[in-house]
Design a protein around this ligand. Sequence first.
Ligand code: SAM
Length: 661
Amino acid sequence: MHSFEQLRQQMIDYQLVARGLHDQTVLNALSAVPREKFIPTELVEFAYRDSPLPIEASQTISQPYIVALMTAALKLKKNDRVLEVGTGSGYAAAVLAEISNDVYTVERHKILADTARERLKDLGYTNVQVLHGDGTLGWSEHAPFDAIIVAAGGPEVPETLKQQLAIGGRLVIPVGASLDTQKLMRIERISDDVYKEENLGGVRFVPLIGAAGWEDEEAQSATIARTEPTLPELIYQSSEHFAIIDDVNLDNLMERIGDSRVVLLGEASHGSAEFYEMRARITKELIEKKGFTIVAAEADWPDAAHINNYIQGKEPDALLQSQPFSRFPTWMWANQSVLDFTHWLKAHNEKISSGDDRVGFYGLDLYSLNSSMEAVLKYLEKVDPVTAEVARTRYGCLMPWVNDFSMYSHAVITKKYRECESEVLIILQTLLRKQMEYSLLDGEKFFDAEENAKLVANAERYYRTMYYAESNSWNQRDTHMFETLQDILEFRGSESKAVIWAHNSHIGDASATQMSASGEINIGQLVRQKYGAKAYNIGFGTDHGTVAAASEWGGPMEIKQVRSSHIDSYEHVCHEVKTDNFLLPLRQPLQELTRKKLLPERLERAIGVIYRPETEMQSHYFYASLPHQFDEYIWFDETRAVEALMKKTTKGMPDTFPFGL
Ligand code: SAM
């Protein structure tokens, strides 16, 4: 164990002399001052380390080498009057006092000034006076000084200090435009107004804070706040605020959408009323002001066909019947908000004489193998009973799985059963071959059968690959959605325009999210690739409230509390905005800076038909870059659960199995 004297000698040898510092006066001064007495007790063992150390008031005692270097640069003589700015621990003042007779030192922190005064007195330094104050103003009563040393970094050399130098006096000070690094300047006063400057090299000091230094911490953060608003403030400035959905003025949004052919409207959960209601508001305007005639939803084709028939006046109210939308999760479409919207669609269509201009409601998803097979067979029975018989035999291949298609892939990969791929494809091909003949009878009915036959073919492939390639089956599902959309647009004519209603995870561009790392794509990405600027996708978000969701597959719907969002999430940033509901344009931002600041990836929350607040982080959050993912983001700070319509759940594969989104 070395004594402090030994450590001090080692410091002189290895930290100072070895670095080329040979000024014997300075070396003697540093050998004489017990540095260990200037260090907080718990750090005393590090007193002779070759580094600065922390002291009270979040300040530092400088590295011994820096103290020696600056002192040497002052070229002190015994009779010099010396001013130090930044007493800190009082260590450097003691070193100066070892050399010169008169030392004055100023410290802005009272606790440091008081402690240093006591300490220096206890150590017998009677030639040092300590002042609590702003050292950038010098100490005029004792000026002029033969030497001034500033132990903190300022933005420039304070004029007052230069003025308080005697002719021939030397000032050593770190100066730099940033708070982090400075250059060590030596300034010598040659005459009244002539100063000689010298750069002694790069250094790193705590900031010099005062009238001729940096502003203090509070003023600094106030300045930062004044010049650079926080992200929530930027969002506030860059968004359109609204109180209630009915009163939102959507004129600007309509302008931003421009002549887009496809508008995709997302949702951050399948069970929050505001998302459905706002999508309805926007869709109504798109229909009325921009001639949109297609509403395509993340629902199954045959179920959606019932809504379509209802709004065309061909069937009773689909959502109030027991059959369509009766499989888990029923609340996703059979809810009051959707019901109100379908009533509006029906009333709208009644006012329109031409069938071509009426709005149609379509399903994009593929979880309806059974009812789609049924629909194809029913159609064929009417138009071509012989083909219907053959088709029934072919679809029979899938019969063992009608109660649970999730078992199909299992059986196929264990080679227990053969694949039904060719059977279902042959039915589709037969239909397509006879398109001319069949569609002459009724084009719309043929289209319905064709889409159902495609759905069966895609669903067969989907279930076949589900267990050994999950991302692959996700891609098959979203590709099916995209192809179905293409078919609908083509069927409705070259001028037709579509609104998509689906979860954020389907409509937000997957390439801007964590999904892309696992090779997943989605309809949002595919639509963007195809339509470019003529596609406009809008994501939705919320912080807290209630949501309708189940705890597990096939479980009962519960009204659950949505947890306040994660601190690292986009939702948290939006929650900090001082207004509750807003539209935030991202493709054409009101302020470019806002978009820029939102670009770095953050967490984003996705609640599907399952919500598990206990494991929220693992099961519901993923990383994304919001401005790349969406063209616009609509925020509801608080949301409420959808009001489910009474439905008796029937058995069968859950609508969104196995993703829940
Ligand atoms: N010389 C000190 C020692 O040996 O412990 C180390 C000084 S520390 C690196 C810098 C000190 O400058 C801090 O204690 C800080 O509070 C002080 N300081 C910063 N701006 C000041 C100002 N305008 N007037 C007086 N002291 C100031």
